[in-house]
Design a protein around this ligand. Structure first.
Ligand code: PEP
Length: 230
């Protein structure tokens, strides 16, 4: 079955990097592939004749006004962005976004016909203390009564992001089931954290997992093409 495979390039690259990356990248047919470069390089992807799906790494929780440095969902929609990450742990940590801010971003994206991908995931302390389900439940609770269609979460345990430490498949499965059973309607759950070309196939065999969010390994076009074609 077709999966969602998303590249989060974070704050990497420049015009030359993206133009050569795109030349090397072969788009697989079997999966839905999303690309999240920094805002300044959206154009490289939007102009690509393969009709690539562009994803923002974040969005403002405000609609319009005196919010220096912010980009609104309406602006993203206007230039052709169709997806946006929200609540990535790096933005929660560095910019202090709360669950409430993230939910506000979600509402703004929805109102502007952009599909949100909501990142959730516990820190090492919560995991080691066996409190990860409680932590996740708090992050999920904002969406319980919300929209019945098209919710997508990315489970990204903070202790796995950029560390090379991969949870056991059984641990990922347990969380995927936990998130899916929390809602009484169908949702999708992706996994993110230290995904690479060597582990992607096994990860995609995890029952009920709908795809992958890839950070570091997306920077190599050939490697990301292998993951995207898994
Ligand atoms: C991420 O930060 O979204 C991520 C998945 O990072 P990495 O693949 O580098 O662990």
């Amino acid at each position: 079955m077709s999966k969602i495979i998303a590249a989060n390039f974070k704050m990497h690259g420049d015009v030359d990097f993206y133009s050569s990356w795109l030349k090397k990248f072969e788009l697989p047919k079997q999966n839905t592939v999303l690309f999240a470069p920094p805002y300044l390089y959206f154009d490289c992807f939007l102009k690509d004749e393969r009709n690539l799906l562009v994803m923002s790494q974040d969005v403002s929780d405000e609609e319009i006004g005196p919010f220096t440095s912010q980009i609104s969902a309406k602006m993203l929609n206007e230039i052709g962005v169709e997806f946006s990450l929200i609540g990535h742990s790096e933005t929660r940590d560095k910019m202090g976004f709360t669950n409430k801010n993230v939910f506000q971003k979600f509402l703004s994206l929805r109102a502007n016909r952009i599909t949100p991908i909501i990142c959730v995931g516990e820190s090492k302390d919560y995991r080691d203390g066996g409190k990860h389900f409680g932590f996740l439940e708090e992050q999920l609770s904002f969406y319980k009564a919300e929209s019945k269609t098209g919710l997508i979460f990315a489970y990204e345990p903070v202790w796995s992001i950029g560390t090379g430490i991969l949870p056991k498949s059984s641990e990922i499965f347990e969380v995927v089931e936990f998130i899916k059973s929390y809602f009484d309607f169908k949702i999708k759950v992706l996994y993110g954290g230290s995904v690479n070309a060597s582990n992607a196939k096994d990860l995609l065999r995890i029952k009920n997992l709908d795809g992958l969010l890839v950070g570091g390994a997306s920077l190599k076009a050939e490697e990301f093409a292998m993951i995207a074609g898994s």
